[in-house]
Design a binder for this molecule. Structure first.
Ligand SMILES: [Zn+2]
Ligand SMILES: [Zn+2]
Length: 165
């Protein structure tokens, strides 16, 4: 999938008032993004903290959260049994619990992805969050999945777009 990278000059960025996933305009809901980023600069590790309120429609926030949900990791809870039930400390008990957890994990992940799919609109570009955020030479660096969105964001912030795969 092609992604569109937009490097911004400073931390105060403006977002188009439309959803970066489904392109719906005039929405009033936002997705709060906050992250700590580390980058090497002049031989030092520099930490920068960013937080943004990105206009994002509610439906797309729901399917992105569902897709990334941590619920799938509940599948590994039975591993606790290995420590509390002495009978399971045999090789066979150990291996079968690990295999069972892994199958459960795949099943839960499949279920969450399916639920996420069913929440998507026809106009959605991805299941996940429709952007990625990093810093590049200590400047905020957004990657978007929609070209039209990236173009609008770039023109609002006086930046240029680079396409990458
Ligand atoms: Zn949307
Ligand atoms: Zn969407």
């Amino acid at each position: 999938m092609t992604i569109f990278r937009v490097v911004t000059r400073d931390g105060h960025v403006k977002f188009p008032v439309k959803c970066p996933c489904c392109n719906e305009r005039g929405i009033s809901s936002v997705h709060h993004h906050s992250s700590e980023n580390y980058e090497k600069s002049g031989g030092f590790q520099v930490k920068s903290t960013y937080s943004f309120d990105i206009p994002y429609c509610e439906t797309c926030q729901r399917h992105a959260k569902m897709y990334n949900s941590d619920l799938k990791y509940l599948a590994f809870i039975p591993i606790i049994l290995l420590f509390v039930v002495p009978m399971l400390k045999t090789d066979i008990g150990f291996i079968s619990i690990i295999i069972m957890c892994f199958i459960l994990f795949l099943g839960l992940r499949w279920f969450l992805h399916n639920q996420s799919n069913s929440l998507m609109k026809d106009t959605c570009i991805t299941n996940e969050w429709a952007y990625k955020f990093t810093t590049l030479q200590l400047k905020p660096n957004f990657l978007f999945f929609r070209k039209d969105y990236a173009e609008e964001y770039a023109s609002l912030n006086g930046s240029i777009i680079q396409e990458s795969e």
